[in-house]
Design a protein. Structure first.
Length: 75
């Protein structure tokens, strides 16, 4: 017996086809076109990461300058 498969549907206990409301587009699929909300979220995350990286670099540079100033003349 060959079982029928319908994408986006499932068979309930009585054997009736019901629309699968839990089915969501696969975000990893490259064929899927992202909505504007998804793009905004991606850009927001990218911007947040860039800001965090820039702040971390500034803090490291300041710490190195402070360290150099404290140890200048010693040695």
């Amino acid at each position: 017996m060959e079982e029928e498969i319908r994408p986006g549907f499932y068979r309930d206990d009585q054997g009736e086809w019901k629309k699968d409301r839990r089915q969501a587009p696969d975000r990893r699929s490259r064929d899927h076109v992202y909505s504007h909300d998804d793009r905004r979220q991606l850009f927001r995350r990218k911007t947040d990461r860039e800001i965090a990286d820039r702040d971390a670099k500034q803090q490291i540079e300041e710490a190195l300058e402070d360290f150099a100033a404290e140890h200048e003349g010693q040695g």
